[in-house]
Design a protein around this ligand. Structure first.
Ligand code: ADP
Length: 679
């Protein structure tokens, strides 16, 4: 249509209009119709039905002012040729009109028209084209020239006839209006039109400003989040991330104080670890910050959402004395608390303080920004913790690696040495049938001793693995401690004549001690191992004492003390490590595997007790303490079988067996264990 117009009136020079300008112009033109004389000819051609729908209300009102109103549109859903309050003309979507936008008004005293064609756009994606809608551009003519307006009206009326020939008569009445008007000048007051136009342009400018403001806020938010995300990527140090976040947020929101600290919903107080301060504002770093009585904190805990006040000094929630004192001490006016959450659990808090006298209103965008940062900080915290856990795991792995090397060193030495001795003894015995009987005896006895050493190592190792696997079935029962101590002692006293002499061992177990609740075999094992150590590290002229005392009417504490070589204070805990030996495995003088105390700790913790060592230092003797729960009163009255009597039936105390086997018992402890514990 525009092309036909330009052919008809070649002196016309089209210019460019943005969509927003065309909307303003067409609204001003329509308002003029609504405010003006009755019965003008109005033809509006919309590109698509949806654009018409936005204006349908107006066109119903315009239709009620004149019977010469024609609305054209390319149909999408329900727009069709029809006659009603105005004439509707549905043109084919392929019609060139689908690219054009026209509005023509022919009144008696004035005529005006808008005739445009949309420029081709290069936008591709739907969202992009939606965002660019206001910037769509058109080439066209807008004028108050009557001749031009009448030409446009004529062309459009001809088009209408091709789609709706039945309107021929009505169209000819419209054409009569074109001819009937005053052709020489437009008798129209431009004032109201200009005012309306300015109003519409202002409205669209206001819309633009709002869009710009929200874009700027979004940009600021993205920049901040980026800075903090970068800090998170650069470092796994939560302290650094807190510092960057507090500073950036404080600067961006122009607050007096921005605090970030760790806390949980159940905490009463927190320690302020990081802050941003504006000049002249007092620092809170390192302070213990009360949380429990803070109404904002309670709100955050309840809703897991941001809480704030615009003026803490007048807010009725802050009337309590303590919180008022806090508010005035730190001069807090407006106050925001935003929780740092991870999987809905509170892991920290961000606070903003405004200390100026004026009341500060927190904009929704500002709060959204703090919440976005809090979300990033939450992720950073969890990442940093995961990293710390990983480091911890690494250390544990290193410790495991150390244990493995120790094991190799032990097995290298402890297994190879006795094996070589056994081999040498057996080779000598086999290679020299004439060996004197005394010499033969020495060879056999040496081989047997080293075989026993090997067996002990393998046995201890298997016992510890079994205990550590957690698959031990504890048979906890009421026991007499005295009987268990006696069993352990008997194993120590059955030493061979050629073994080193042991020191004197005294026992002090009160006769009225309640029964203890433990696994008898394992209890004898612990007593035997501690007793064995005490005798091993104490010279023959020294003394070993086994004492037992009732503690709090709940547990019995057993104390094994000796006057031997003692333990340096820094080793009191290490002696319980696997393979720990004071002299190092390769230089040991006393025999042993370095597994005994580790086994004892596993056993004692198995029945819910504790074991620890004390010593005044080297050459000042050592004390090993461990606890066993007592059985409750009702159980205490019942006489229980002793470990000794049980050993005759189903189980036999291990330490007893161990010593028996030294004396030539053919059944090894390993074999027996298979039957009783499955170790
Ligand atoms: P081992 O088989 O080497 O005795 P343990 O685990 O029983 O292994 O003991 C580990 C280390 O603890 C010993 O090698 C020793 O250095 C120290 N230790 C244990 N008991 C005593 C004690 N009564 N006096 C001094 N040191 C001890």
């Amino acid at each position: 249509m525009l092309e036909e117009l330009l052919q008809a009136l070649p002196w016309l020079r089209p210019q460019i209009y943005f969509k927003s300008s065309l909307i303003a112009l067409s609204h001003a033109m329509e308002d003029q119709v609504l405010a003006g004389e009755e019965g003008p000819l109005v033809i509006a051609c919309f590109q698509k039905e949806r654009f018409y729908r936005q204006e349908a209300q107006r066109y119903r009102r315009i239709g009620s002012r004149s019977d010469q109103v024609y609305v054209l549109a390319s149909p999408e859903t329900e727009f069709k040729n029809s006659s009603g309050i105005h004439e509707s003309v549905a043109f084919a979507p392929t019609d060139g009109l689908a690219l054009e936008w026209h509005l023509v008004v022919i009144a008696k005293k004035y005529a005006t028209c808008l005739a445009c064609r949309e420029r081709e756009t290069t936008t591709t994606s739907l969202s992009e084209s939606a965002a660019m809608d206001q910037a769509r551009r058109f080439d066209g003519i807008w004028t108050f020239d009557r001749r031009v307006s009448c030409t446009v009206a004529n062309l459009l009326l001809n088009r209408i006839l091709t789609y709706r020939p039945e309107l021929a008569e009505k169209v000819s009445q419209g054409k009569a209006l074109i001819q009937g008007g005053d052709n020489r000048f437009n008798n129209v007051d431009p004032g109201p039109f200009g005012e309306r136009l300015v109003t519409y342009l202002q409205a669209s400018q206001y819309k633009l400003m709002k869009t710009y403001r929200s874009l700027a806020a979004q940009e600021r938010r993205e920049r901040l989040v980026n800075v903090i995300t970068m800090a998170i990527r650069r470092s796994l140090n939560s302290s650094e991330i807190f510092q960057v976040s507090a500073r950036e947020l404080g600067l961006a929101l122009n607050v007096c104080r921005c605090l970030i600290y760790r806390c949980k919903a159940t905490d009463n107080t927190a320690t302020i670890s990081h802050e941003f301060l504006r000049q002249g504002v007092s620092s809170l770093e390192g302070q213990t910050w009360p949380l429990k009585d803070n109404p904002l904190f309670q709100e955050v805990v309840g809703d897991r959402e941001t809480a704030y006040t615009e003026n803490a000094q007048t807010d009725s929630r802050f009337l309590a004395q303590d919180i008022q004192a806090l508010v005035s001490q730190w001069q807090i006016g407006s106050w925001v608390m935003v929780p740092v959450l991870y999987q809905s659990q509170m892991v920290g808090m961000m606070e903003l303080h405004d200390c100026s006298a004026r009341q500060r209103t927190w904009e929704t965008e500002e709060l959204a920004l703090v919440e976005a940062i809090a979300a990033q900080v939450g992720i950073a915290l969890i990442q940093a913790e995961a990293y710390a856990n990983l480091e911890n795991l690494n250390q544990q792995l290193e410790a495991l690696e150390q244990t493995r090397s120790n094991l190799i060193a032990i097995t290298g030495h402890e297994l190879r040495t006795p094996l070589s001795t056994i081999q040498v003894c057996l080779e000598s015995l086999a290679g020299d049938p004439d060996m004197p009987p005394a010499m033969r005896q020495v060879m056999l006895s040496t081989a047997l001793t080293d075989a026993e050493r090997l067996r002990t190592l393998v046995q201890d190792f298997l016992t510890l693995s079994h205990l550590e696997s957690g698959r031990v079935e504890w048979n906890l029962e009421p026991l007499s401690l005295q009987e268990c101590v006696d069993l352990a002692l008997s194993s120590i006293r059955h030493r061979r004549d050629d073994e080193p002499q042991i020191p004197q061992v005294k026992t002090q177990v009160p006769g009225n001690l309640p029964l203890v609740r433990a696994d008898g075999e394992w209890l004898v094992e612990v007593l035997s191992k501690l007793l064995d150590n005490a005798c091993k590290f104490t010279p023959a002229e020294g003394r070993v004492t086994v004492e037992a005392t009732l503690q709090n009417n709940k547990t019995v504490e057993v104390l094994m003390s000796d006057t031997g070589r003692g333990i340096p204070p820094e080793r009191l805990e290490t002696v319980f490590d696997r393979f720990y030996q004071e002299e190092g495995a390769l230089r040991r003088t006393q025999g042993g595997t370095g597994l005994g105390l580790a086994i004892c700790r596993q056993i004692v913790t198995g029945w819910g007790g504790e074991i620890w060592a004390t010593s005044e230092g080297l050459d000042s003797g050592s004390q090993f303490h461990f606890t066993i729960p007592i059985v409750n009163d009702s159980q205490n009255n019942r006489p229980e079988p002793s470990p000794k009597s049980k050993s005759r039936s189903k189980k036999r105390p291990r330490s007893n067996n161990s010593r028996q086997s030294r004396k030539g018992d053919k059944e090894t402890r390993g074999q027996r264990d298979k039957g009783t514990r499955g170790a």
